[in-house]
Design a binder for this molecule. Structure first.
Ligand code: FAD
Length: 493
């Protein structure tokens, strides 16, 4: 008889795990609390015809997605069109400097030569440095599950080579004299919800990945990825149960043995994969057994990554200064991170990310208009800020800041608007404290503390999500799904 695997959640990690298991002969059932798949990857279409991705807007490491499809006997190109971006991101500094981070390496270095002439040589040295970090970490920390035996094989001297001791900002400041170029590189740790002033310099592997492998748009919007994952799952026979919130993971003979849904229904399974946030799973899905499984002290070590404040804006005009992806830096970056990570308040003078997919795909908004996805890093939820009363004032602050950044007539051209706060991420997706990327990478030990794909606390329980190894972001959660599926198959033979 086929082994039955029950998966909690239809986010990308859950779908990626489901595909592999179904392809390899398991019966797979996904239980999702919402009415559709995709998790944090969602879309909104306004009555006026503006289309927005409400989660991921930039795809990196395309080979991770291609391998997933290949591994289940499919071709990504039959489901999705990935569009390489000539300029994955345009950076606007507070002194007015504009820097285009071209995907093509020669164009990138020539842009550095033009905008930051003194940094060209330093960048060449830096790039070799971060390439080395990638070469060392790829095998142990990115492309394989983090198991004890793999950890034992890591050479302690490698911790120096992967720059595990200084912070990302310290290393970036050591290589470069121009504070704007440092700020450009300091941005990358935020892609996993962390602060460059706290996170280890090993995270400088992120600029290596983006600057080496490029940034991609998906024709029709990134939500097409979630749709494609769901379609492949359905073709492979995965059973979807939407509007089915899991209330408890059932335990028999000290093993995960099934699920209990909110409506009381019980489902038995040979293994359970949680695509739900790992902290939420351990805290909420074990009923009275919770505390016996993982201690509160251990859970406290899993501090949430930062969250985000999002505005979806339908703008009835076009702005020539904007690229598809743009960053508008704050004048005081250090203070911004102090506010987010120490004071736990949304920044007063935030760095603002503006993504306008209509720049690459005219069908994303009506003719002569733009669909703005505006994202500001925000702290995870605490008592320090109340989004129920604070969302509208913060929206006004962000719009005012965009006005001072040169979009003087923005407000009068808004014909659609929607606000998403950290509270939405918590209530819609059970994300721990509204975090975007699961667990923070702000500590030197983060990579080791991150929940493993195979639970060390309960047999037959596995994790496939941004809160588990290897971390957040669409390629990483896709890998997380791969690792969880492989471990299930290994354990169930
Ligand atoms: C605003 C924003 C911008 C982002 N930008 C990017 C980007 O540009 N590039 C990038 O690569 N990544 C980006 N990300 C991150 C990326 O979206 C996530 O890392 C990834 O989608 C998370 O996938 P996941 O599989 O971990 O699960 P999630 O997407 O968190 O899905 C988990 C699913 O489990 C369900 N669930 C939870 N608990 C239960 C339960 N008890 N019962 C049933 N179902 C349950 C939830 O409803 C959800 O559908 C962004 C995220 C956000 C929010």
């Amino acid at each position: 008889m086929k082994k039955h695997i029950a998966i909690i959640g239809a986010g990308l990690g859950g779908l990626a795990a489901a595909m592999r298991l179904a392809y390899n002969g398991c019966r797979v059932s996904i239980y999702e609390k919402n009415s559709g798949a995709g998790g944090k990857m969602q879309e909104v279409v306004s009555p006026q015809g503006y289309r927005f991705d409400t989660g991921p807007t930039l795809l990196t490491m395309p080979f991770v997605f291609e391998h997933l499809f290949q591994d289940v006997g499919k071709r990504l190109a039959d489901y999705l069109t990935l569009v390489p971006l000539e300029i994955p991101c345009r950076y606007h500094f507070s002194d007015g400097t504009v820097f285009n981070a071209y995907a093509d390496f020669e164009k990138l270095t020539s842009e550095i030569e033009t905008v930051f002439p003194s940094e060209r040589k330093n960048f060449e040295r830096y790039f070799q440095h971060i390439k080395k970090i990638y070469d060392i970490t790829a095998e142990s920390f990115i492309y394989n599950p983090l198991t004890l035996s793999r950890l034992m094989r890591v050479n302690p001297l490698d911790f120096f080579s992967i720059d595990a001791f200084p912070t990302a900002h310290e290393t970036n400041s050591k290589f470069f004299g121009d504070s704007r170029f440092v700020q450009f590189l300091d941005r990358f740790p935020t892609y996993v919800g962390s602060s460059p002033y706290l996170a280890p310099a090993t995270l400088n592997v992120i600029p290596f990945v983006e600057l080496s492998f490029g940034g991609f748009y998906v024709q029709g919007g990134l939500y097409r990825v979630a749709e494609a994952y769901q379609k492949v799952c359905e073709e492979l026979g995965v059973e979807f149960h939407f509007n089915s919130e899991v209330a408890e993971i059932l335990i028999e003979e000290k093993k995960a043995a099934g699920l209990k849904l909110q409506d009381g229904q019980r489902i038995s399974a040979d293994a359970v994969i949680s695509n739900d946030d790992a902290v939420h799973t351990y805290e909420r899905l074990f009923g009275r057994n919770g505390k016996k499984i993982v201690s509160e002290r251990k859970l406290k070590q899993l501090e949430a990554s930062c969250s985000g404040f999002v505005l979806l804006l339908g703008v009835k005009r076009e702005y020539a200064s904007l690229n598809h992806h743009n960053i508008f830096f704050s004048p005081n970056y250090e203070n911004e991170f102090r506010e987010i990570f120490e004071q736990k308040i949304p920044p007063f003078e935030p760095t603002i990310y503006v993504s306008v997919s209509s720049k690459s795909d005219k069908r994303q908004s009506p003719a002569g208009t733009e669909n703005w996805f505006v994202l500001v890093n925000a702290p995870y939820l605490t008592d320090a800020y109340d989004w129920t009363t604070g969302a509208k004032p913060y929206r006004d602050l962000v719009i005012n800041r965009l006005t001072t950044l040169g979009f003087t007539d923005l407000e009068q051209h808004l014909e659609f608007e929607q606000i998403l706060t950290p509270l939405d991420l918590k209530t819609k997706f059970n994300s721990n404290r509204g975090s975007i990327y699961g667990v923070t990478s702000n500590k030197k030990s983060s990579a080791f503390l991150r929940p493993q794909n195979r639970s060390p606390y309960l047999k037959r329980l596995y994790f496939a999500s941004g809160s588990a190894h290897p971390g957040g972001g669409t390629p990483m959660v896709t890998l997380s799904g791969k690792f969880a599926a492989e471990l299930v198959m290994q354990d169930l033979k």
